[in-house]
Write a protein that binds this ligand. Structure first.
Ligand code: GUN
Length: 296
């Protein structure tokens, strides 16, 4: 068997188009222009690229983008003061503080300071709690994108055995909550799981989010399973050139799985598309207007 390739890049492009249409409708009907503020502390090269891409995607969707680039030695008090200003700015509907933050800053305290209704990353404890008990809230972008890809590939996920590899607060835990909400039977695996191979082999849906290159071999995958690979690991190939690989051994998995996301071009592009969708949702909620339908 050769797995169907789940084209996250194409899906994300469609979603970004839909977000753009919603933004145009909000502007026409309500004079509402959703605004996203992105805060970067320091000059980490990978974070700088992510932040630039987020800003460009925000503007391309017709939204307002507010970039705040602060020096690496910015104090926690100054960062908290900026978050407080953004919380009170009516033109800002979404706030994203790029992680990781420098070591002298308490990232948890900064995330706690963001207004939960502007927390478009979905990292605030209030949004984690809303997700855990099934209340409406803002949901972390990467797992939200994964669930969209899964539902597009499989239809309703009800009754499926879903295994999530990784228990991070950014991906693994919210992913498990979203799969539970979709009526899957969910197992969360981690570095202390007794028999990872056996757990993975029971999965109809396997989500790998552990950040270790090609960690999941082909023989951990149940034939016909759907594999979502969240890993983005930079490795040096035998030719000495750098390339990106996921957490799953793609060449082995593609021969066993029913469907699989590639790296790159799978989950990655969905994260920014979902960030834009979350910003529109946050703006609508703050303005007390419905999110425009896709026909708009
Ligand atoms: N750093 C890496 N990914 C993310 C993300 O999704 N949000 C934030 N805020 N920082 C990140």
């Amino acid at each position: 068997m050769t797995a169907r390739i789940i084209d996250g890049k194409a899906f994300a492009a469609t979603l970004r188009g839909r977000v753009g249409a919603r933004v145009a409708a909000l502007s026409a009907r309500h004079g509402l222009v959703p605004g996203l503020a992105v805060v970067l502390v320091g000059e980490d090269p990978a974070s700088s690229v992510y932040v630039r891409n987020k800003g460009e995607a925000t503007k391309a969707a017709g939204m307002a983008s507010f970039d705040h680039r602060l020096p690496a030695d910015t104090s926690q008090a100054d960062l908290l003061a900026l978050v407080d200003r953004l919380n009170r700015d009516p033109a800002v509907h979404g706030i994203l503080v790029q992680l990781p933050l420098p070591a002298h800053v308490d990232a948890g305290a900064v995330i706690d300071a963001i207004d939960p209704d502007k927390d478009v990353d979905g990292f605030h404890v209030i949004n984690a709690g809303r997700l855990a008990i099934g209340r409406p809230g803002l949901v972390p972008c990467t797992p939200l994108g994964c669930r969209m890809l899964l539902e597009d590939a499989l239809g309703p996920l009800r009754g499926l055995n879903a295994v999530v590899l990784g228990r991070s607060t950014i991906v693994g835990r919210p992913m498990a909550q979203l799969l539970l909400q979709a009526d899957c039977t969910v197992t969360i695996c981690h570095s202390r799981t007794a028999d990872l191979a056996a757990e993975c082999r029971r999965a109809d849906v396997l989500v790998a989010a552990i950040g270790r290159p090609a960690f999941v071999p082909g023989d951990w995958i149940r034939p016909g399973a759907t594999v979502i690979d969240v890993g983005i690991n930079r490795v040096v190939g035998p030719d000495g050139k750098g390339r990106l690989v996921g957490d799953v051994d793609f060449d082995a998995a593609v021969a066993v799985a029913g469907a699989i996301t590639p790296v790159p071009g799978g989950v990655g592009p969905m994260t920014i598309a979902c960030l834009l969708a979350n910003t529109v949702e946050a703006a609508c909620r703050q303005a007390g207007v419905p999110v425009p339908g896709d026909a708009a």
